[in-house]
Design a protein around this ligand. Structure first.
Ligand code: MN
Length: 717
């Protein structure tokens, strides 16, 4: 594959007559200067590589910025050029693209686990904000794979595996069929050399016979179609080696018949003619049942459209046919790139709209792929690719996080202990703080300190549900430990006044008897009950020392007043509730109140204050003397759960619309489930995390506007 600059210029000016060829020439000159004296492993001048990559991209009719990027793609990595220099010479678009390709080039896939591969693919897509970066990387991979013979066998295998697991599926997802087939062909060559050789020989050995059959069949098909006034172009070809191999593996076929290698294609002007051609062919040749697929009415997720059928053709052979329009053909070959419009050879879209185009595609995919409510939730939570970040663990595993997640989220995702003792992290060798926001491609190593413990302000640093709930648990545990300590001190000092100790009383067995009679599992439970005021100290001392006339040393505060004092702090009344971080306040499940709503507190026995809506029926049924006035602390920025019931029609893509609406409003879905109702309807139960009631109300009115949504209600029991 020797490509020269002139070949590229010729090819480009054919599909883009007004293209800015000057940019390509300048990029070529610069690359030639920068790579001067460098050689490839093969001993050839290095410049051959960028030219070949540019050639591959000209073949798939890419814009001039992409082709210039191909010529320059290794200059930052290998020649110490800077992004600034490229920007000054070739403008911001090319600079952004070249630095994007450089960044992705640094990623190396290690694990073969399926989930890791999927995450890694997403990381590549997320890091390349402009999809053209990925396309250049794919072309780079095609050329590197085609020169793999100069590498050591382990390197060949590793690169081929990475190509098969990561890059070929990405090419498929972007609909870049030709690039995908080239990559898979080379993967087969290096991963299954015997199969590759066998198939190559078989294909070569039957070449004459096959070409003859193809010619006779295309002539016959074209004749029959033209006779019935179906204007079309018919061609036939041998299938690619990887697709023959795929078919053999999937259908457990032996390679026997040349006919299994063939595929015929009918290209027509418009969609009606596709169906007319299909009808005509089925009228002339017997169709094989169950082999008809209508990808025009139901396109594949990557945008592919065609009619597929298999008929009994000449000499009673089964032949496979694809029927499509010329436009569908371009899309089938070149994927999303086929939709692009060009102006003077440059892409006639600003980078922002390229990004939007991508997001649309992904939403489209999500709507098709979502199958059950769990998956719906995962999709809703992780959002679109662009809203997730993908980072490496020290073991080079890929982990995904919602955009905005911090080092602390990462630490808790790896291990709870790592989170609880986290002080920061090393990112690619440099220290960052706990609140550092993760960036795709970073490799993190958590730094810990033995005596580190979570504090309340960590609730503002963590963003993921997992980290937040682990921090809350750690804070609760710490509070419990403090309570135990406090209770122990209360009892110890009281016993001391009477010349007793806990240890002495334990020996006599009386403590054990007390624990049993109160139903405590251990002394910790007793201490905790004392501290919380659930069990009065006086009563315990009386049981332990029945002979002593007991007078309290200090006025014992009962549980409720001690609690109130702690909550009230200095003076303020009514009690301010700070939000979810507040350990002594819980929100009633019956009415799930939100900030902004009228609320009343209820002092429970030993579980702090439960906050109800002021009009809640359950609250009104409870003891009046335990109700206390409370109000929301306006300064507090906490999240609260609101529950919604959505009744909707069973419409494709509706779940994606709902999650997209939450996403756009910046609202997280924390739980969701869907149940079918009668009459083609479903009921979705969804819990969302909001700041206050007005945010929830705004979301409700947006959800109500979605087509297919019949009603949205808050859940109130
Ligand atoms: Mn390269």
């Amino acid at each position: 594959m020797v490509v020269r600059l002139n070949d590229i210029l010729d090819t480009v000016s054919k599909y883009a007559p007004d293209a800015d060829l000057d940019l390509i020439m300048r990029a070529y000159m610069y690359a030639a200067k920068m790579h001067a004296g460098q050689t490839r492993k093969s001993g050839e001048p290095y410049l051959i590589h960028p030219i070949a990559v540019a050639g591959i991209l000209a073949e798939v009719q890419m814009d001039v910025d992409t082709i210039a990027t191909a010529l320059l793609h290794d200059t930052i990595e290998d020649c110490l050029t800077t992004r600034e220099e490229i920007e000054a010479m070739f403008g911001p678009t090319v600079a952004e693209l070249v630095s994007g390709v450089t960044k992705i080039g640094k990623l190396q896939f290690r694990s073969k686990a399926e989930a890791q591969a999927e995450n890694f693919r997403k990381m590549v897509l997320a890091m390349a904000k402009d999809v053209r970066v990925v396309i250049v990387k794919l072309a780079d991979r095609v050329h590197n794979m085609s020169t793999l013979e100069h590498m050591k066998p382990e390197a060949q295998r590793r690169i081929a595996e990475e190509t098969e697991e990561i890059y070929a599926p990405i090419a498929n997802r972007l609909g870049l069929h030709r690039i995908k087939e080239q990559l898979l062909d080379l993967c087969l060559k290096y991963l299954h050399p015997e199969v590759y050789e066998e198939l190559t020989e078989a294909v070569a050995a039957t070449a004459d016979e096959r070409d003859d059959y193809i010619r006779r069949t295309t002539d016959l098909l074209a004749d029959r179609l033209h006779n019935r006034s179906v204007p079309c172009e018919v061609n036939g070809r041998a299938k690619s080696l990887p697709s023959i191999h795929r078919k053999m593996v999937e259908q457990r076929l032996e390679f026997e018949q040349i006919y299994d290698l063939l595929a015929f294609r009918v290209l027509v002007e418009d969609i009606q003619t596709c169906y007319a051609a299909l009808g005509t062919i089925h009228g002339q040749f017997k169709p094989v049942p169950d082999k008809i697929k209508d990808y025009i009415a139901m396109p594949k997720v990557n945008g592919y459209q065609s009619l597929h059928t298999t008929v009994i053709g000449p000499e009673r052979q089964r032949i496979e046919l694809q029927i499509r329009t010329h436009h569908m053909h371009r899309v089938a070959e070149n994927g999303i790139a086929a939709h692009w419009r060009y102006k003077e050879g440059h892409l006639d879209l600003d980078p922002k709209s390229i990004e939007t185009l991508e997001k649309l595609r992904e939403l489209f995919e999500a709507a098709h792929e979502v199958q059950d409510s769990n998956e719906f939730l995962a999709t809703a939570k992780s959002g679109l690719f662009a809203d997730s970040v993908y980072v490496f663990t020290p073991a080079m595993e890929v982990r995904s996080f919602p955009a905005g997640a911090t080092v602390l989220d990462f630490a808790y995702a790896i291990h709870t202990d790592l989170g609880n003792t986290c002080t920061g992290a090393k990112v690619d060798g440099r220290m960052v703080a706990m609140r550092h926001a993760l960036q795709s491609g970073e490799r993190l190593e958590i730094v810990t300190k033995k005596d580190q413990t979570p504090s309340r302000d960590w609730l503002d640093i963590a963003t993921t549900g997992r980290a937040l709930s682990k921090i809350r648990k750690a804070l609760r545990d710490a509070e419990r430990d403090q309570g135990i300590e406090m209770g122990r001190n209360m009892l110890t000092s009281e016993l001391k006044r009477h010349g007793q100790t806990i240890a002495k009383l334990t020996k006599t067995g009386i403590i054990k008897a007390l624990l049993r009679s109160h139903g405590f599992k251990d002394t910790d439970q007793l201490f905790l009950a004392l501290a919380r005021g659930q069990t009065p100290l006086a009563k315990v001392v009386k049981e332990l020392l029945p002979e002593v006339e007991w007078t309290p040393a200090t006025q014992e505060k009962n549980g409720i007043s001690a609690l109130l004092e702690r909550i009230r702090g200095r003076s303020a009344s009514p009690v301010r509730i700070a939000g979810e971080g507040d350990m002594l306040v819980t929100y009633a499940h019956c009415c799930t109140p939100l900030p902004g709503e009228q609320v009343t507190g209820y002092i429970t026995r030993g579980r702090g204050i439960t906050v109800h809506l002021s009009g809640c029926r359950q609250l009104l049924a409870l003891e009046e003397e335990r109700r206390i006035p409370v109000e929301w602390d306006r300064g507090a920025k906490s999240q609260h759960n609101g529950e919604l019931t959505i009744v909707c029609a069973n419409r494709a893509g509706l779940l994606a619309n709902i999650s997209g609406t939450c996403e756009k409003s910046g609202i997280n879905i924390t739980r969701a489930s869907a149940n079918p109702l009668e009459d083609e309807q479903s009921e979705i139960q969804m819990e969302v995390s909001v700041r206050d009631v007005s945010e929830l109300n705004k979301l409700i009115s947006k959800l109500e506007k979605i087509k297919g949504v019949l009603s949205v209600d808050r859940v109130r029991k």
